[in-house]
Design a protein around this ligand. Sequence first.
Ligand code: PGA
Length: 252
Amino acid sequence: MRDQMRKLIVGNWKMNGTSRDVSEIIAIAELSGMHAAVDAALCLPATLIDRASQAAGGFAIGGQDCHMMEAGAHTGCLSAEMLLDAGAVLTIIGHSERRAAQHEQDSDIRAKAEAAQVAGLQVIVCVGETLDERESKKALNVVLGQLHQSLPETAASQWLSVAYEPVWAIGTGRVADTNDVAEMHGAMRAALVERFGEDGRKIRILYGGSMNGDNAAQLLAVPNVDGGLIGGASLTAAKFRPILSAAAALSK
Ligand code: PGA
């Protein structure tokens, strides 16, 4: 049943973290162990994946991107297999910061998601509109278009989640209105079911964009919000704790 879906709470550390922060990762892993009703993970800079996965004993560590090719002349890039080899079990694909700064297109994201799945990683594909697009009432079209173009043909709930992250809400402290979140997640659910049938009901749809301990309970209670993708508030166990608690309270 959809409403019994376990919440998935994923931290995205972006370009933050060095070996000094491994103790914080361990603290977050221990915290996750205390919230057994919730699935949790941290997507770290690639340089920390090996150390973190060894130190955090069984806690899910992920990457933030991967290349669509298995190997070759791609200076500075990492394949999905490399992430897996380092200890990752999941990766974010198509984050809006990469769509904007690295000019990633939906077709790139789709190829990367496929490569990650083939390598054996769980995948979180991100979508989201800009402020301009929301204000000109194009948000639904933009997001559903991204979803359609970015997801692999044969997506399945065992390995795929999607994250709705309005670009204007990321790192700004500005959170989307819960009615707008409900509308968007409902439309995304309908699109997933239309495309993937019954399995589309089980694909978790995360919300991301300034989620924190103060607003998590409200956001996670919105229908079809099956978890969160959290940047700033995932950098310390102290900030992550109330988000996990809110998810656990809703998972009972
Ligand atoms: P934020 O980032 O929680 O700092 O807004 C979310 C994200 O970019 O995934």
